[in-house]
Design a binder for this molecule. Structure first.
Ligand code: GLU
Length: 581
């Protein structure tokens, strides 16, 4: 049964209000207390996917740096020690939650070269190219955004000199860092990407072609030199001159498909300050990253559609709670597929997608007793008719790193950084990997004669799942900052963590450790080896016919306010760590 949900909303639409927040329920946003900025000093915390990167951030906090300083230092250190996931050759999204309740988001997502057109990923036969064929070519590389993002936020919120933020990363690259078990596993399983260039092969593999053993100290002098140059000369040294020319030359020479990226594309790149997307879940104000990310709208829809159910009473061991979670995901992902793309290029009904009335109405399709027979996207307020959009078909990938920082003034930064898949495109320039972010676009520009929202266009940013999120309580106090890596599972990992903390009263570390159930369509994926496997019979009895147990790419990092002060939490499935100042 095709379900359409027509709702009428009186909430004024705030689409296009560049730095204003877009709210799910504007009327009930609690005003932050006026004296919040003067709250007592907090101990700083950094939570990141690698302890060496978390330490780089904490070093900045100890030197009197801000949460933004710490986040930039963490992003740079991750470029060195976790190159499979993120770095200066990629992009990211930054959410800053000020102690006074103000939320700011900055988009450092990669852009397609101006030469890109909707047929970018189509072969001579007019059909989409194979995914890995596109990844390991020039076509997948977008203009990197992380350093322009860093420049923008440092100019407004930095307290330490720009060059100081680079020192821990430079030391790691110059003096060497140890190959961990997790990194070794990536080098083993992803050698077609990590060793795609001679530079990558020489750095991380022995003469026999095998990855260097766990415990080996690797030095990356080229990256140390690149970072030193940007530290001394500023981000323009990345976006122009020899570095930019090398990116353009390497992507233009890439086989089997070169890209038309030019030095001018790189010089033109700008990070964008965008309005935060916020909504009220029960009493909490949840804010995150809007388009080109699907993160905030998807996290919020999953939560809001569950609001009419007593998740607290059901508890974490109830199969009905996990069934409801699955059903809410199905609805949220149907909207995500249809509507989300870069709102600078296509009309995205952002305010409508998080509108409280719309989501409450959409939630009526969810029953605690049985599964929905069929799920389709709804019609949120603000959709510009005719709805000439169709589902995208971009494959899923698993790279990315999330980190959270909190400074002594109580301001937090929730930042997700990525090169898209493991080791990005495999193309290495100056000791860092270039991303493959453009494969986050839909390969097919049209479906059934309708244009896909997330089709490739010159200068456009591909749709993301990244969901850096922050949460304030009813008194306007910041209580949690969280985010995750793991492709399309990201909004679900964030929503699961928030349900764990807000509804089930768990400490963040236990909420992150909860198993994951991922249901973006008709199938349900349960985390292999987790307690959810025992619920499969109960979920089947509710009508779920495709339940697949699978290893899922999970890696969440968070910080939370507790009675004992701020505490960081990292995913026990990862090598992540939280370090206090
Ligand atoms: N590139 C993906 C995105 O922006 C994230 C990749 C991953 O986490 O696997 O949604």
């Amino acid at each position: 049964m095709l379900q359409r949900f027509l709702t009428v909303s009186l909430v004024p639409l705030l689409i296009g209000a560049c730095t204003a927040e877009t709210h799910g329920n504007v009327a009930s946003v609690p005003a932050p207390p006026e004296n919040q900025a003067a709250a007592s000093p907090a101990r700083g915390v950094v939570s990141a996917a690698d302890p060496r990167a978390a330490e780089a951030g904490v070093e900045m906090l100890r030197a009197g740096g801000s949460a933004s300083d710490a986040a930039i230092a963490t992003m740079l250190a991750l470029t060195v020690v976790e190159p499979q996931s993120s770095g200066i050759g990629g992009g990211g999204f930054y959410v800053r939650a000020a102690a006074d309740g103000e939320v700011e988001t900055v988009d450092g997502r990669e852009t397609a070269p101006m030469a890109a057109s909707p047929d970018w990923f189509l072969g001579e036969d007019g059909k989409p190219r194979g995914f890995m064929e596109a990844v390991l070519s020039g076509l997948s590389v977008g203009v990197p955004g992380n350093l322009r993002l860093a420049q923008d936020v440092h100019a407004r919120h930095g307290k330490l000199p720009w060059a100081e933020l680079f020192q821990p990363a430079i030391a790691l690259a110059r003096d060497g860092f140890e190959i961990t078990e997790r990194f070794h596993e990536f080098l083993s399983t992803q050698s077609h990407r990590a060793a795609a260039s001679e530079e990558g092969k020489a750095l991380f593999y022995g003469d026999d072609g095998e990855p260097l053993p766990v415990g080996t100290i690797v030095k990356n002098p080229k990256l140390a030199a690149t970072l030193e140059m940007i530290a001394q000369q500023g981000p323009d040294a990345f976006y122009s001159g020899a570095n930019a020319e090398e990116i353009a030359a390497r992507t233009a020479a890439a086989t089997p498909h070169p890209a038309g990226m030019t030095a001018d594309d790189i010089a033109q790149y700008r990070a964008k300050q965008r309005g935060a997307v916020c909504g009220i879940y029960r009493v909490w104000r949840i804010c995150g990253m809007g388009p080109p990310s699907s993160g905030a709208t998807t996290v919020f829809a999953i939560l809001k559609q569950l609001e009419r159910f007593d998740m607290a009473a059901l508890g974490k061991d109830s199969p009905i709670a996990w069934h409801l979670f699955a059903e809410s995901q199905r609805l949220a992902y149907a909207d995500r597929e249809l509507y989300l793309g870069d709102s600078d290029f296509v009309s995205v009904p952002v305010a409508g997608l998080v509108d409280a009335d719309y989501l409450t109405s959409r939630s009526q399709a969810i029953s605690p007793d049985s599964t929905m027979a069929e799920v389709a996207a709804g019609t949120p307020p603000g959709v510009i008719p005719p709805i000439a959009l169709a589902d995208g078909d971009e494959p899923q990938e698993h790279g990315t790193s999330h980190f959270v920082t909190l400074d002594q003034w109580g301001n937090a930064v929730s930042y997700t950084s990525t090169v898209e898949g493991s080791f990005g495109s495999g193309i290495m320039v100056g000791g860092y990997y270039l991303n493959n972010e453009l494969t986050d676009f839909s390969f097919s520009p049209m479906k059934d004669g309708k244009p896909v929202a997330n089709r490739v266009q010159g200068g456009k940013r591909p749709r993301s799942s990244m969901a850096p999120t922050v949460v304030y309580d009813a008194d306007g106090q910041l209580v949690i900052a969280v985010g995750a890596a793991g492709g399309a599972t990201i909004p679900v990992q964030v929503a699961r963590t928030l349900i764990g903390v807000l509804d089930w009263g768990l400490p963040a570390r236990d909420a992150i450790a909860l198993p994951l159930l991922f249901s973006p369509g008709d199938a349900i994926f349960v985390e292999e080896g987790s307690s959810l496997e025992e619920m499969i019979p109960a979920l089947s009895a509710l009508g779920h016919s495709q339940i697949i147990s699978r290893r899922l790419p999970l890696k969440t990092n968070a910080i939370e306010r507790t009675g004992q002060g701020w505490i960081g939490a990292a995913d026990p499935r990862s090598e992540g760590a939280a370090i206090t100042q």
